[in-house]
Design a protein around this ligand. Sequence first.
Ligand SMILES: NC(=O)c1ccc[n+]([C@@H]2O[C@H](COP(=O)([O-])OP(=O)(O)OC[C@H]3O[C@@H](n4cnc5c(N)ncnc54)[C@H](OP(=O)(O)O)[C@@H]3O)[C@@H](O)[C@H]2O)c1
Length: 263
Amino acid sequence: MNLGLRNKVVLVTAASSGIGKSTAELFLKEDAKVVICSRSKEKLLETFSELSQYGNNNLFWTICDINEISDINNTVNLVKEKFGDIDILVNNCGGPTAGFFEDLDEAEFEFAYKQVLMSVVRFTKLVIPKMKIKNWGRIINITSIAVHQPVENLILSNTFRTALLGLSKTLSTQLAKNNITVNSVAPGYTLTQRIYELALHKAKQTNESHETILANMTKEIPMQRMAMPEEIAAAIVFLASEQAAYITGNSIHVDGGRVKSLF
Ligand SMILES: NC(=O)c1ccc[n+]([C@@H]2O[C@H](COP(=O)([O-])OP(=O)(O)OC[C@H]3O[C@@H](n4cnc5c(N)ncnc54)[C@H](OP(=O)(O)O)[C@@H]3O)[C@@H](O)[C@H]2O)c1
């Protein structure tokens, strides 16, 4: 199937590893022009080298801490200089700190607010004007199954990702007439660095091994396995495609059946 993504300009944030990296890879396979960003130069260089198997011409990297407004502005300007205005914005971020309400202080709430919600507000504000001129655009926000079913010890994720969902839905109605779709992808447990970090965090609290924690998490999933990051990426890339032109304001959970709710 031709997804109509050839030469589309894509920015994937927080993409030096995991879901962001797999998403960038899938866009490259579709011949899109892809920029990846994150904080660590070392990780970006490693990922750039790995993804160079698809050729260097369509791939660019830049350092960006998505909690910093100046980095966000620089990144969007750099994408424009390198490939042109952004057609497809994939808003990804690092995972918010795990913990229960009483474990987390105000500074941690403020950090997560900037990381999960304000980064999306800031990137989105910068890309919308040009998408409106082109009368075409895709904004895809990576959230978590926490937006459909809160995760016990992830109160920061539960809190700010649901706010992000509200933002996505509202924006989708405001931008639909401009042919700009806004959707969210909510991953379930996915085999990346993040899931090991969460398991290690829980292992410390419970005195179980992180292997036992991971095995128990897997048992919660009807498919009895965790996702591969490319399985999350597949939904993201589909939502960016021409075939998904009539899908907007949605949140798709890619979770092997983990969410128990009907919607
Ligand atoms: N894995 C799961 O099971 C799962 C489930 C539900 C939701 N999610 C969510 O999906 C998102 C991606 O997770 P993942 O599993 O792919 O995690 P991951 O493999 O740990 O990747 C996180 C990425 O975020 C980047 N990053 C972190 N802080 C950043 C910042 N301030 N500015 C820019 N980049 C930053 C990291 O790169 P640098 O270190 O180079 O900055 C890295 O590339 C997270 O929000 C996570 O919570 C994951």
